[in-house]
Design a protein around this ligand. Sequence first.
Ligand code: NAI
Length: 260
Amino acid sequence: MIAFPDFAGQTALVTGAASGIGRAVARGLARGGADLVLADLDGARLSEAVAEVGALGTGQARGFELDVTDSARCDEAVAHAAAAGRGRLDILVHSAGIGVERSCLDTTDAEWKRIIDTDLTGSFYINRAAGRVMAEAGYGRIVNLSSTAGVAGGTGRAAYGAAKGGVIMLSRVLAVELATAGVTVNALAPGAIETELVARMHSDTTRKVYRRSIPADRYGTPEEVAAAALFLASREAGYINGHVLAVDGGFLAAGVMHKD
Ligand code: NAI
């Protein structure tokens, strides 16, 4: 069990909170005492998550149905969270995202657009909305979910990798622009994490190939990614800005590896 940073008195918005990494982050923020707005496209699972997460902490948990490809709705989600925080939104953890495993040459226009709209443009909308409120208040922590696919080239990741690479650069630019406003913006680059996204995206062959390339020789857990997100979201991480933190069992560090 990890020790949770103290988020008492803080308000946090978590996107993609109905499932996987976002849900694990929401649990951690709740245990740290934050007031939470959980946002997700999937209304039914969102209600379930709000009930679960709300029972864990001392703060309040609210749900907000959100499609991050809708710019106006992203503004509303941030306004809703800020209203809950009496004008302040202290933390945004942006985990909403989708993936597809498709070679570049086989990627259709529609697939490309769907992934870029959700993973990159959605990140821009929600980061811009949160950044405005945080800059005004003079405090904020933004943690974006990128991916090792946004750092290293890999087969089948043309749209997804391009979007996640874009999330890293978006995070860096915003980090630099808001640095004097008390706002930090960092990105996580998880490797293979056992969630529903991976269950959909990784074939048996992909799993074998991945395992061979991971020094830890296993997939990670949502809680292991959440631990890194909670650290970057904490008050104590105020001098860490524009960073990309890999949570990948050593995947990005590895070169040649002898394995049985
Ligand atoms: P997941 O599929 O378990 O959860 C993603 C959540 O995002 C779902 O609840 C889904 O309803 C929501 N969502 C999808 N499209 C949305 C939209 N347009 N608006 C609002 N919500 C939307 O996925 P997981 O694994 O928890 O992924 C979370 C983030 O971490 C994603 O950005 C993903 O790309 C990233 N990531 C995941 C990795 C993994 O191995 N699981 C590795 C690297 C990055």
